[in-house]
Design a protein around this ligand. Structure first.
Ligand code: OXD
Ligand code: MN
Length: 580
């Protein structure tokens, strides 16, 4: 295989001359190619076959122990003007960044195969989809990209038809953390990533393209690329309300997107469009339409069990790549939260000893096709996408943020998103459990200045006739002893039902200075063991705490200086006044 697109063939030749691979392989995305690559990795030990009887077509990959998460401190947005990247990004001048990484790419593929991966983010025939090509020297990346994107011949055909594509160059290099960089060049629609094989750093279609580069592209083209799941909430009458929800990494997006309602909610159903990324476009009908650019799930394994997430548990029993989990004596994958089996080795391949840490790394991952999800929505393949009725923002907060509230209008909703904060998780290297501002859950992924991003969000009130309602949720509220006040998981449907009722104009809310809270009795708690006192805490606000919170939000927003849109500043002042 090769290509009629001169830009692409020139780029492949140029990269090959620079990185000096032994071979070049153009990926066609076929089953045969996938099998061959898996075979090679089984032979060289980078894959281990899991129990064929109980986990058919499942493989275990153990990464370098220093390469297990996204590296935000080594991730750069390289725009010509520093201010365009904003204080929310690490910045390097494009020429310096190219020079720095090009030196590391020099000869880095010697003795390796260079793979060319044409891919399409989104349904192959959707006008909302966008294409890219990743060049990599990692067969692990190729097989993961095959699951996570529409990859191969059809994508190449689309690229040849359209001409435009994102250029992503990746090499695992020598996995030296000192020589690891994830560089983005939004103005060139290009990415250069070296020194890591971890999904978020190496599967370039995902965070690098579908969020950082796409958010920049979306700003110039009038749409939004967001760190959001998309789900359909179907009522017993068969009507579906589509909800897009943004939560920071490892805060339960995958669980929410595949939720199974409790027995008491007969006739209600959740279908999954996506679990991590949403591309949102204004439609001709004045509504906001969403596609999931991905074709697979790269989910956090620990905690996935038949009670917490039955759909994910079922989908990863076959045709799944496990990265950095433990293993049982009969070659089954094992992780904390899996009810069966016992680990004999841990994620480093060493004998398991609970004293030295968990069997599975807290950020161990599964890669599986979205089609394996029992709640997969057929609308996920719809080239038009789905119309969004509600946008939900959520963080992991032990205090302050109530279970749910609704913004009074779009501008207030943008403030609610911009003011989001959450405790950090193992999805990125660094401290875990520290509260940090994470506007729209895009702190690690917004490919340009947050202030301009908020202005772009605000502009949607003029772009849409039927704006989605905006909400904030918090499943993680705790009391002083660290006890969770809300059961979460399947019971979150109770909150989703309140949200969909709000979208239909049901009278189920009371006004408060921070937005609309559930009125008494409007969240169905039948069958739940929850005291009135806990419910009052969950659905109420502490004014003093919120005065502090809005002050902190205001200070944070002001750190963006003159570029901060007036609309957001005014909205923050309005809420602050309302709090007295
Ligand atoms: C992810 C992340 O992998 O957000 O989805 O880190
Ligand atoms: Mn994510």
């Amino acid at each position: 295989m090769s290509t009629k697109n001169k830009d692409l063939s020139d780029w492949v030749n140029e990269v090959a001359a620079h990185t000096r691979p032994e071979d070049i392989h153009w990926c066609d995305g076929s089953d045969e190619e996938f099998r061959d690559l898996v075979g090679e990795m089984l032979e060289n030990g980078s894959f281990r076959e899991l129990n064929r009887g109980s986990f058919p077509n499942c493989y275990l990959h153990l990464s370098d122990p220093t390469d297990v998460a996204r590296v935000e401190h080594l991730t750069f947005v390289c725009t010509s003007k520093e201010d365009d990247a904003g204080p929310n990004n690490h910045w390097m001048a494009p020429a310096d960044a190219h020079e720095k990484v090009d030196a590391l790419f020099d000869g880095c593929m010697q003795g390796r195969t260079l793979y060319v991966i044409p891919y399409c983010m989104g349904p192959i025939d959707s006008p909302l989809s966008r294409c890219g090509v990743e060049i990599t020297d990692s067969p692990y990346v190729v097989v993961n990209m095959r699951i996570m994107t529409r990859m191969g011949e059809a994508a190449l055909e689309r690229i040849e038809r359209e001409g435009t594509f994102v250029k992503g160059l990746h090499s695992t290099g020598d996995l030296d953390p000192e020589k690891r960089y994830i560089m983005h060049f939004p103005e060139e629609l290009a990415i250069k990533s070296i020194g890591s094989g971890y999904g978020g750093n190496a599967l370039l279609g995902k965070k690098c393209h579908a969020l950082r580069i796409a958010s920049y592209q979306a700003k110039t083209e009038g749409w939004l690329a967001e760190h959001m799941l998309i789900l359909g909430l179907e009522n017993p009458e068969g009507e579906t309300c589509y909800i897009a929800a943004a939560f920071p990494s490892a805060c339960g997006k995958t669980n929410l997107a595949m939720l199974i309602p409790p027995e008491s909610h007969k006739g209600w159903k959740i279908t999954t469009i996506g679990d991590d990324i949403a591309w949102l476009h204004p439609g001709e009908d004045g509504r906001l339409w969403a596609i999931n650019p991905e074709a697979g799930l790269f989910g956090v394994v620990p905690g996935t069990g038949p009670k917490t997430n039955p759909c994910a548990y079922e989908m990863i029993q076959h045709d799944t790549i496990f990265t950095n989990v433990g293993m049982t004596s009969d070659d089954e994958p094992w992780w904390e939260g899996r009810p069966d089996g016992e680990p004999v080795t841990n994620w480093k391949g060493e004998p398991y000893d609970p004293k030295t840490g968990p069997a599975a790394h807290p950020n161990s991952r599964f890669t599986a096709s979205a089609k394996q999800n029992p709640s997969y929505s057929p609308r996920a393949e719809d080239p038009r996408g789905v119309p969004i009725s509600a946008i939900v923002f959520g963080g992991r907060r032990r205090g302050t943020a109530p279970l749910v509230y609704e913004a009074r209008d779009w501008r207030h909703g943008v403030l609610v998103g911009a003011g989001m904060a959450s405790e950090t998780t193992a999805a990125a290297t660094g401290n875990v459990g520290v509260v940090r501002r994470d506007p729209m859950a895009m702190k690690p992924f917004c490919g340009y200045n947050y202030a301009d991003y908020w202005a772009h969000w605000l502009s949607f009130s003029d772009k849409l006739d039927k704006l989605p309602n905006i909400f904030h949720v918090n499943w993680f509220r705790q009391d002083e002893d660290g006890r969770f006040l809300w059961p979460g998981f399947g019971d979150n449907i109770r909150v989703l039902r309140w949200i969909s009722d709000r979208c239909k104009g049901v009278d189920n809310a009371v006004e408060s200075p921070i937005g609309r809270l559930p009125s008494k009795g409007s969240i169905d708690v039948e069958g739940l063991d929850i005291s009135d006192a806990d419910l009052a805490v969950l659905t109420g606000i502490e004014k003093n705490e919120w005065r502090e919170e809005i002050k902190a939000i205001g200070e944070y927003l002001e750190s963006f200086g003159d570029r901060l849109p007036d609309g957001l500043r005014d909205e923050c002042n309005r809420v602050s006044k309302a709090l007295g």
